[in-house]
Write a protein that binds this ligand. Structure first.
Ligand code: EPU
Length: 428
């Protein structure tokens, strides 16, 4: 099984481009099921989750061609509507095909995703939204079975106990794009990945307004056609790289950086003493070049994860790793997945002083991190351990990096291009 060996104490320097977003690509690929034509997506990151979605779409009768980072998709056989457990259990985002299959083919059978390392992750809001559009939904043998002759537009409230749902909004919005009449989604997720999917559907000929805000208005159309769309930069990868630069007291330029999708993160980073400066004001604020530097002594900060535009849960572990180096106490509160703390015990093995009570962790900064063998338990926690390893004294081994490979394109090679000393090897 692959592991990473990290030599700590190196300052990162140089220039790196941020990859396209995994979490926008996955629902965008699923939305291609809605089209009767050819859909081309550009800058799709080559990751295992993307290959899994490619395999799933293949089983669902979509011909998917990959040319570098561009994907071309076209439905050639609409008879199979079954997303099998074998694929869904490897990737929860398979649930994204539910709405598009139902809307385009009138029938979907999608294995119910289970919980995962970061929590229970129910899909009740996806199902309630689709039922509101007129689908009948039942569970059989662990599969969700959804049927509808033609979906009908209506007003749907999609808020849940932890706020809005990102993939639930994408699912219901995608289904409503082919429904009869107008659908309003209230308490929609405002994440840029939802807006990216809406923009893609509009490029196919859809009529979706307000995506990226809490109220989305979808005017259903009878058919959707060809589209050619570029995926937005990955704000979580961008934030991770900026924090890597800060934690190594580096001097790094990041291109294709989604500055305005990261305002809550940049706000917290500024308090720690990390400067992220736009280099060219004429570039679009969601895709620009930035220069990242940091003070030698980082300062503590309080933060709470929230739905967008708040601080993202997918950057909680990485900022916690950074705060282990800060001079003073920080408080981290996780409001999206209250148990997303697998990295806490591993950071503690590296000498971090962390006290967890429920969804809150107090980080007693100021001490040094010391290299150690650690175990990655989930995707973002793996990234946090790598950042900690680069800032630590001595050698760190991060085991089980298959989690990391789901969301970062060869992160060690990207960091090595900036001067890091990270080696991948096959650990027994
Ligand atoms: N929730 C419900 N009911 C639902 C759906 C969600 O109660 O039907 C709850 C969840 O349990 C959670 C909260 O609502 O507490 C938010 O979940 P959401 O549905 O927004 O998560 P998701 O759409 O399944 C996406 C990302 C996650 C990211 C979350 C939150 C993808 C493929 N996944 O998941 O990304 O953490 O939004 O921003 O887009 C990651 O990339 O590491 C990752 C986990």
């Amino acid at each position: 099984m692959d592991a990473l060996r990290i030599q700590g104490g190196v300052r990162l320097a140089g220039t790196l481009a941020v990859d396209g977003s995994k979490n926008a690509s996955l629902p965008a690929m699923a939305a291609a099921i809605l089209s009767s034509g050819t859909v081309r997506l550009r800058d799709v990151p080559p990751l295992s989750d993307i290959s899994n979605m490619q395999r799933l779409l293949g089983e669902l009768g979509c011909d998917v061609q990959l040319d570098g980072r561009d994907l071309t998709m076209q439905t050639t056989d609409a008879s199979c509507c079954h997303a099998r457990y074998d694929i869904v259990r490897t990737m929860r985002a398979s649930i994204c095909v539910l709405g598009p299959l139902l809307a385009a083919r009138g029938h979907a059978r999608v294995s119910m995703p289970g919980g995962c390392a970061i929590g229970d992750r129910p899909v009740d809001l996806h199902l309630r939204g689709l039922e509101a559009l007129g689908a009948t939904i039942e569970l059989d043998g662990g599969d969700i079975i959804a049927r509808a002759d033609r979906l009908r537009g209506t007003t749907i409230f999609l808020g849940g106990p932890f706020g809005s749902t990102v993939l639930g909004t994408a699912n219901v919005m995608s289904a409503a794009a082919l429904a009869e009449g107008t659908t309003i989604i209230e308490s929609a997720a405002c994440e840029p990945e939802v807006a990216c999917v809406a923009d893609l559907i509009n490029a196919m000929g859809g009529d979706i307004r307000g995506a990226g805000g809490p109220r989305i208005e979808i005017h259903g159309v009878k058919q959707l056609g060809d589209a050619d769309w570029t995926i937005i930069p990955d704000r979580i990868v961008a934030g991770t790289l900026a924090m890597a630069a800060a934690m190594t007291n580096g001097d790094v330029t990041l291109t294709n950086f989604p500055h305005d999708h990261l305002l809550a993160v940049l706000d917290r980073l500024a308090i720690t003493g990390t400067q992220v400066q736009r280099l060219d004001p004429s570039q679009p604020a969601d895709r620009c070049d930035v220069h990242v530097t940091s003070d030698r002594r980082l300062k503590p900060v309080l933060f709470t994860t929230q739905p967008y535009p708040g601080y993202p849960t997918d950057l909680q572990a990485q900022l916690m790793a950074l705060l282990c180096l800060a001079q003073g106490n920080s408080i981290v509160t996780e409001r999206i997945y209250p148990d997303r703390f697998l990295h806490v015990s591993e950071l503690t093995r590296m000498g971090a002083s962390l006290i967890r009570t429920g969804p809150t962790v107090v980080v007693q900064g100021g001490g040094d991190l010391i290299g150690a063998p650690v175990m990655a338990g989930d995707l973002r926690g793996s990234a946090a351990l790598i950042l900690a390893g680069m800032a630590a004294q001595g050698e760190t081994i991060v085991h089980r990096v298959y989690h990391l490979d789901r969301g970062y394109v060869q992160l060690e090679a990207q960091l090595n291009a900036l001067g890091a000393g990270i080696e991948r090897f096959d650990a027994p």
